[in-house]
Design a protein around this ligand. Structure first.
Ligand code: TYD
Length: 136
């Protein structure tokens, strides 16, 4: 599957670096929520779900982790290891995150407020939803 990365321009000078995040500019949607994941224990797998509508951009602000993205037909593995690289996770994409380094801080920018009803937590159900979309 096609992996959509977003290059986030880093404004660096002798003092250090700065990255700016702006809705409908470098983030391709209106930002309604931001959360971050840190102190993730070794060998933990997070995610294991898809969303019906939600779009997200994930950025490893510190350290690194790996994403598996699955569009129902193909899987891709992506290493996130740079604060200037965003990963766009579209709606209806199954995601699993693993191999978090001890220092990993994963920032996630989301297009909607938290809504449990938007989750698809069962992989078989996810495959059915994807098949339904394909038939439309
Ligand atoms: P969870 O969905 O298990 O995280 P992950 O997808 O990374 O495995 O979320 C962990 C807990 O945090 C769960 O109790 C729901 C809660 N939560 C919120 O309250 N708001 C949020 O925006 C998110 C993403 C999770």
């Amino acid at each position: 599957m096609e992996v959509k990365r977003i290059h986030l321009q880093s404004h660096g000078d002798e003092r250090g670096a700065l990255v700016s995040i702006e809705q409908n500019k470098n983030i391709p949607f209106k930002i309604k929520r931001v959360y971050y994941i840190y102190d993730t224990q070794k060998s933990v797998v997070r995610g294991l779900h898809a969303h019906k509508e939600l779009k997200q951009v994930a950025i490893a602000l510190k350290g690194s982790c790996k994403f598996i993205l699955d569009d129902g037909n193909e899987r891709a593995e992506v290493l996130l290891d740079s604060p200037s690289s965003g990963l766009l996770i579209d709606s209806c994409i199954w995601r699993e995150m693993h191999d978090f380094t001890d220092d990993c801080v994963l920032l996630v920018i989301a297009s909607e407020h938290y809504d449990e009803d938007d989750y698809i937590r069962d992989y078989t159900q996810f495959k059915k939803v994807v098949a339904n979309y394909a038939n439309k």
